[in-house]
Design a protein around this ligand. Sequence first.
Ligand code: ZN
Ligand code: ZN
Length: 369
Amino acid sequence: MSGPNYTSRRSRLLRAIKTVGVDALLLSGESNVRYLTGFTGDSTWLYLSNAATVLISDSRYETQIGNECCGLDVDIRDARKPMSLAVADVVKKAKARQLGFEADHLTVAQHAALHDRIESAELVSTSGLTERLREVKDKWELVQIREAIYQAERGIGVVRSSLRPDQTERDIRFTLEAAMRSFGATGPGFEPIVGVGPTGALPHAHAGDRRVSESPILLIDWGAETHSGYRSDLTRVFVTGRITRQMRNVYDTVLKAQQKAIAAIKPGAKCKSVDAIARRVIANGGYEKYFGHGLGHGFGLDIHESVRMSPLSEQVLEPGMVITVEPGIYLPGRFGVRIEDDVLVTNAGHEVLTSVPREFDDAVVEFLA
Ligand code: ZN
Ligand code: ZN
């Protein structure tokens, strides 16, 4: 399959910037620059207007940009020339009057430097323009995301079949990361969360020294990153010993919340309404205050992207969006259960892209003697 059409992505962005009243945009967000040009390095900004498209970088990346972004104009700045001055020169030459910058990807210091150097144009704050384009994935991106899911799912298969009571959270993390790499991943899509019992009750815990045998509940939140930079994001809970009736009840409640929310995913559905469906199931089970985060999020080049599935999100689902659905219940000091799958919004409704079994019986792990 041929690669992404960067020219068409940039044309769509050029149309979008007109609606916010600027005639040029300065992109400093690394994933946005990658999305628009294919450049995989850092410290490189993109100037975009109808008159000019220029990557502003330094000599470390000259060859790489030539290889990855064939045909794009490049401004390679000298080590003694600050980025702000390089940008000012490009802006002056291209005769921009209103230059949009990415408020979400520019530090206060960087903004001040641009403000000092750029005299020929007015700086205008913008937010989410490229992120909005990135919400809807094209065919090529969907192939990459499916690949990242494949790598993650093969990886967890290795972890599961080699699980032992004496393994620590850290041991499992290493096994998982190595396994995903062996199936083609460049690495994990983010630092995997491996939590035994109380660790799993912290929604963003780090893998530590707790052993599998210390609790019958093990939570793993993981994903892979492909060579193309796309990611996957899943969570499963494994039952590794005798569990209490409450643990079973929590598992069933989370799964029911997730399945009901997934069933409601279709074009036109409001993100906050889908979130509310899961939240209601959890509240009816009596666990309302133990589900503090949003239901899910978009992902792709970044692990957390627009759209947001939360009680506050007015966003509406569209075909081509890929989102996680990940309700959870966390009982502090005891255990946590979260079940997370990756879902594509289709014209007809949705397709669940992830296929690791999620029923309770599938979660039960029998150790080999
Ligand atoms: Zn996750
Ligand atoms: Zn997630």
